[in-house]
Design a protein around this ligand. Structure first.
Ligand SMILES: [Zn+2]
Ligand SMILES: [Zn+2]
Length: 763
């Protein structure tokens, strides 16, 4: 009821009453934080100050002032503070001030700035906010794939502040940089917003694009200052620095205010020896309970299917107890018309709706200020997403409740039992490899087409430039001349490089409409979209009617056949070279180059209960992936000391492999689909029992390397997750994997504990 202060602790105590007490694993009270206010810097342009002070903003939060001062001094800066901490204002002050000052130049454009967002929607959003401030003398415009040709020309010639995305820089701005010459000549700032999303292969691509941009700008005489905004991640200075290959200063002390939150970590109960209640079912029960207490709540689930399930189960629960409440639950899956969204916002404001189940599409979709509680069904992948979702609860001046409900996954198991990994200094790093030759080589070709490549370009792209350029010469892509390497082909190199993957992709086509739903990398297509596969796209289920590799297309029809599918495959690997190694007593840990060969051989159909209702052979090619991996070995006699007999070795290693893949996202922002694993009781290259975890993209994406670097943290967490799981013989919360090519067989949970414990003892 409006006006009644919400008491989060009482609401939580009610949820955890009686037999449910043990499901409440941890409670953290995050106190209210006062804002740290500082005055506006005196150098800010009066027009800029007038715009913000007119909107009632006459002081800055400390981190905004810090970012502004560093940027004004020309230092590359990254601001990594919490959600809703006003990161934009920190970079807008120096940028808009420079643009306003530049507007007095004879050309009317003495300074320009380029803003890059990962999505078009975010760039449009930034423009709308900027236009609302109406800063005099600053002409801002969005320039993306949808901008009409006549407007493009006007923007290139006249705009001060251009809002765009890395794809446009790659496909448009850089290949046509001569049209952008006046803009580039005056380029003072480049803003890279939400830079933590540039990770893995995408991160390597965006890094190459930014370096190409800075290189071309330098040719026009400008050395812009690069300003990054990031969610809180481990070591943002290193992340941002790797994106441009230069030193970047981090601002991480958050001066924005925060209301108090009671944050609970919740683990669903075991239903039998090896089955845990799902996060979706448990979240439905909690949602019903909160609604019965008249607590207005939003419950986040990862997929549309999950959202529908939460809403339906909650309504069912309520129908038994208080039927009048059942209609006050709604599901929100994104993709709604504006009027539908406004109606939903109204229903929430008027408390006609008490419970809302939503996908994360809600983050951009509707305004839900003023809710009391948030339920999060399953770890959302990163701490940034967690705080973003938790932050959706809370009215000004009131505390809020957030509950993370663990899903059936080793990472979730670990996190609910290790609150320090959720609440204290982040350990997950946003990683990528800026030197992955599979990514860098085509970008060097593109760079050579923009401006001939020379030895001096190692300044931008690192020491591998000459070798990679010579390889391009051998391939007929570049030509070597005395002054450098030149583009040697008639077409445009940027047309050959897509920023969001490597190599060939397979299109996923809806048969009925011919609409392309998305793409999947060819190497992954065999397992994900083989003929007969049930494929989940943005939470919607599809059945693949045909995978045609020659046409690079998978035909799908929408629908839920009532079963899921799991591909079976055989994998083996060869070690090509060891780049780094460390000994933990008898244990040997390595990082290096490998070749992983995989063939998808059949698929299983499973009912929701897990029961297998058929295995169907597939005729698919053997595929070889050149990538990087982290691997470790322990001699057989050491395994015997750990109590693992010969017959148990394959299951022990396999279980340890699965769990460690599940825990890698703790230290590197990847998901388990970005990485793969192989374990073997005797590997020909090592001559020993070996467990290998590899990056699932050609050339690697930085995840395995981070695993090697943080091996102790990673494998200790893996051991603890398996040990903490209450199941008897292994379950999806510890050692079973949803993507196992061997149908999760053999697996030994006690063996995994023994082998990991023994390995870690030697360190
Ligand atoms: Zn388990
Ligand atoms: Zn497996």
């Amino acid at each position: 009821m409006p006006g009644t202060p919400f008491d989060a602790r009482t609401a939580l105590a009610h949820l955890a009453r009686g037999a449910r007490e043990e499901r409440l694993v941890h409670v953290r009270h995050l106190p209210r934080r006062e804002a740290e206010l500082v005055p506006w810097p005196t150098w800010v342009d009066p027009g800029v100050y007038a715009a913000w002070s007119g909107a009632g903003i006459t002081h800055l939060w400390s981190h905004q002032a810090e970012v502004a001062a560093l940027a004004r001094a020309g230092r590359h800066t990254v601001c990594a503070t919490g959600t809703a901490s006003g990161k934009s204002l920190g970079f807008l002050l120096p940028v808009l001030t420079a643009l306003a000052e530049g507007s007095h130049a004879p050309t009317g454009r003495g300074a320009t700035a380029l803003y890059l967002a990962p999505t078009k929607a975010l760039a449009a959003d930034q423009l709308a906010r900027l236009e609302a401030m109406a800063v005099p003398g600053v002409r801002a415009a969005v320039y993306d794939g949808d901008t009409p040709p006549d407007e493009r020309r006007w923007i290139r010639d006249h705009a001060h502040y251009v809002l765009s995305n890395p794809d446009l820089v790659h496909h448009g701005l850089l290949p046509g940089h001569r049209h952008w010459a006046p803009f580039l000549r005056a380029l003072r700032f480049v803003v890279v917003d939400e830079c933590h999303v540039y990770r893995g292969v995408f991160g390597s691509h965006v890094s190459a694009v930014l370096r190409r941009l800075l290189r071309v700008a330098a040719r026009y005489g400008s050395r812009p200052t690069v300003l990054f905004a990031s969610a809180t991640v481990a070591d943002p200075a290193t992340l941002a620095g790797a994106l441009i290959g230069q030193e970047v200063t981090a601002v991480t002390r958050d001066g924005s205010p925060r209301e108090a939150t009671t944050f609970a970590l919740w683990e669903p109960p075991m239903l039998s020896e090896d089955t845990r209640r799902s996060a979706v079912s448990e979240t439905s029960s909690l949602l019903a309970d909160l609604v019965l207490q008249d607590v207005q709540t939003v419950a986040f689930a990862r997929s549309r299917v999950g959202v529908e399930a939460v809403a339906a189960a909650t309504r069912r629960d309520l129908a038994d107890v208080n039927p009048a409440l059942a209609p006050r639950i709604a599901a929100y899956r994104g993709g709604y018309l504006p009027e539908e969204r406004r109606e939903l916002e109204r229903a929430l404001r008027d408390r006609d709706l008490l419970g809302l189940a939503a996908t994360t599409a809600l983050e951009l979709g509707i305004d839900i200020e003023g809710l009391d509680a948030v339920l999060i069904a399953g770890w959302p992948g990163t701490r940034a997403s967690l705080w973003q979702q938790a932050g959706r609860a809370g009215r000004a001046g009131a505390e809020s409740l957030a509950v993370l409900v663990a899903s059936d996954d080793p990472l979730d198991t670990y996190l609910v039992h290790h609150p320090e990994a959720v609440f204290e200094a982040p350990v997950e790093a946003s990683v990528f490899d800026p030197e992955n030759p599979h990514v860098l080589t085509p970008h060097l070709a593109a760079a050579a087409a923009e401006l001939p490549l020379t030895e001096a370009d190692t300044e931008w792209f690192g020491p591998s430039v000459p070798a990679l350029a010579e390889a391009l010469v051998a391939g007929g892509v570049l030509r070597r001349r005395p002054a450098g390497w030149y583009w040697a082909r008639p077409d445009r190199p940027s047309d050959h490089v897509e920023l969001r993957g490597i190599g060939q992709t397979v299109r996923i086509v809806e048969s009925r409409t011919g609409r392309v739903l998305g793409t999947v990398e060819e190497a992954r297509a065999d397992a994900a979209v083989h003929t007969g596969a049930v494929y989940l796209h943005q939470g919607q289920q599809y059945v693949v009617t045909e995978l045609n590799l020659a046409n690079a297309a998978a035909q799908v029809v929408a629908g839920d056949p009532g079963w899921s599918t799991q591909a079976r495959s055989v994998s083996e690997f060869h070690i090509l070279s060891t780049a780094r190694e460390v000994w933990w007593g008898p244990g040997h840990l390595c990082f290096g180059s490998v070749e992983v060969t995989t063939q998808v051989t059949s698929f299983l159909r499973r009912l929701p209960t897990g029961e297998v209702i058929g295995e169907h052979p597939l005729d698919l090619p053997r595929r070889t992936l050149s990538t990087v991996a982290v691997w470790w070995t322990l001699p057989e006699d050491e395994l015997a000391l750990a109590g693992i007999g010969e017959a148990e070795i394959p299951g022990a290693l396999h279980a340890a492999e699965h769990a460690s893949i599940g825990l890698l996202p703790l230290i590197a922002t990847c998901d388990r689909w970005d990485i793969g694993g192989v374990s073997t009781a005797l590997h020909p290259d090592t001559g020993l029992p070996t467990v290998l975890v590899y990056d699932g993209h050609p050339g690697g994406a930085g995840f395995a390397e981070q695993g090697f670097r943080q091996a102790e943290v990673w494998l200790t967490a893996t051991l603890e997750a398996v040990r903490a799981c209450a199941c008897a013989a292994g379950c999806p919360s510890c050692v079973q994997s949803p993507k196992c090519g061997n149908g999760n067989d053999p697996l030994s949970k006690p063996g995994a504990v023994g082998v990991l414990d023994h390995l870690l003892t030697g360190r």
